[in-house]
Design a protein around this ligand. Sequence first.
Ligand SMILES: N[C@@H](CCC(=O)N[C@@H](CS)C(=O)NCC(=O)O)C(=O)O
Length: 208
Amino acid sequence: MAYVLYGDRRCGNAIVELLLAAADAEVELRRVPLEGDGQLAPGYRAVNPMGRLPALILPDGTLVTESLACALVVAERHQEAGLMPPIGSAERATALRWMTVLAAELYPAITRWDYPARFADDPAGVADRARDDSRRIWRLIETSIAPAPFATGPRFSALDAQIAVMSRWSNGPASWVDAHCPKVAAVTHAVATHPKAGPAYIRHFGPY
Ligand SMILES: N[C@@H](CCC(=O)N[C@@H](CS)C(=O)NCC(=O)O)C(=O)O
């Protein structure tokens, strides 16, 4: 039985897809186009009542939503792939710290940036503040990591998949992250050239 992953190009499902690829896990990809709000259509809401991408169905039929939960569940189900640093290690503590910041702080900022009219009558003000919040988070990560070449050392982890995917969002063609956060860019490059996760990254974002 394969995993089933609902998502769209360049979205949070890409994080999960990279990890499944790194684990050599079989996955059926089901596209839900954000353009036209396919994520809010009744058919997809029957899968994920949150109306958000991604949604992951495990081979036993269990539904997992929320990109952080999906990443951690895949990592724990494929321990042989080493998608998280070892339990109890300093690297794991660091990975969990930044993974939570990205999922709990950056992701909502991106939502405010992409859908500002949901949050206030002054959408431009909300979008500006969300952009600033997002850049503050990337600056913090930039000053805290020392890629070697991955964020916590020589091994690719779920944190790297998150960094590579989420640093591509809302940056525009001349990416702000690439211009201001060379360490984040270096992690992204390491992911894009990883023998297993790299091809999945390139399917979403192109070569890097
Ligand atoms: N907490 C969720 C956030 C998911 C999320 O916001 N996904 C975006 C796509 S990358 C989405 O579905 N946006 C459409 C919307 O908010 O209507 C997670 O971590 O998976």
